[in-house]
Write a protein that binds this ligand. Sequence first.
Ligand code: SAH
Length: 244
Amino acid sequence: MEQRLAHLRVVLVGTTHPGNIGSAARAMKAMGVTDLVLVAPEKFPHADATALASGADDLLGGARVVDDLAAALADCVWVVGTSARLRTHSVPVLGPDVAAEQALTHAAAGPVALVFGREHSGLTNHELDHCNAFVQIPTVQHFSSLNLAGSVQVMTYALRMAALGAMPQQAPAQEELRDPPATQVELEGLFAHFEQALTTIEVLDPENPRHLMRRLRHLYLRAGLSTSEVRMLRGILTHTERGR
Ligand code: SAH
């Protein structure tokens, strides 16, 4: 059971209130999710975090602090972004249960991250661009923003329920995967290569280069590329750049 949750990571981005970090750690520990990464928290370590962790101080003590989201996600094979508001992205928006099931399936192949945003402003579009899927916890229409730690509780509960129901043979173990899923580092390499090649062949609109790149990111993130597929696409890009 705990082993099935071992590859799940909670990433809190730019948290303002240290108490929320402590409450999130407590929520995670009760559900058996133990990997916590903090991206540029405003105040950490902090007495309020320790106080609200209330017994989950071991998990809090093991939390890694990094400077940016890319560092938190580098080794991840699947990333779910959480948001109180439905954005018009071309990446699927899932409910917590479906997202939890898919997260567990992907976690058989490597680390999977659930990313949570800032208390006041959530995640930026740039941060959401790292995600393979989004989750919106269903709420009433005009009061959709949950407390940060409350959202962590809902999502880790959904993960635990999915893990309880999962059949052991459902997902192949990492060593059985002949073509493992691409990591974020590999995907970022692909996107950088795309941008470079599309600039060389003058396909990128110099007025708005970001628009096409964002659409391409969403297309490839949705596709769930494997390591060898990334290699194949980069091979094509190399030839495209050379013009033959
Ligand atoms: N005003 C912000 C709210 C941030 S709440 C916004 O509109 O995005 C802080 C974080 O809690 C969010 O970034 C998200 O990670 C999580 N969260 C809050 N409500 C949520 C909901 N209904 N579904 C999914 N995540 C939610």
